[in-house]
Unconditional design. Structure first.
Length: 137
């Protein structure tokens, strides 16, 4: 019996994991694609299904890890790990909220977000139009 190369083992493992993942639904909500959640992954990051696939581990080892893990979609996995709550707390931007205070344009006085040296977009374009050569020459 010949020894398989790492690339061949990785290819076999990838095909197996992809096949199982395509036929597995999230255990909480039934969505796909799935990730494999196991509380021991914090202490043993190389024991994750994705790591075992990359390492070209045996099908038996990958299958054992899948059996000890819970299939979850990304949203449910982030909720289970507490990452979703952490992300929402640390995410400073909320839809509809203005974060840059509008200021009056130095040239026309219209309120704008201060992005162009004290000028609104229209005044900035008008002032810098002469600096750009025309393409139709």
């Amino acid at each position: 019996m010949t020894q398989l190369s790492r690339e061949e083992r990785r290819e076999i493992a990838t095909e197996y994991v992809d096949r199982v993942n395509s036929n597995t639904l999230c255990s909480h909500c039934g969505k796909q694609p799935i990730e494999w959640h196991n509380h021991s992954h914090v202490d043993k990051p190389n024991a994750r299904v994705s790591s075992l696939r990359t390492q070209g581990a045996s099908i038996a080892r990958i299958e054992a890890e899948m059996n000890s893990s819970i299939p979850l979609c990304r949203s449910c996995h982030m909720k289970e790990d507490g990452r979703l709550e952490t992300l929402l707390k640390s995410h400073p931007y909320r839809k509809g909220k203005v974060y840059v205070k509008e200021l009056p344009c130095d040239k026309c006085g219209r309120d704008f977000k201060p992005l162009r040296k004290g000028l609104c977009y229209s005044c900035y374009q008008a002032e810098n139009q002469h600096k750009w050569p025309s393409r139709n020459k």
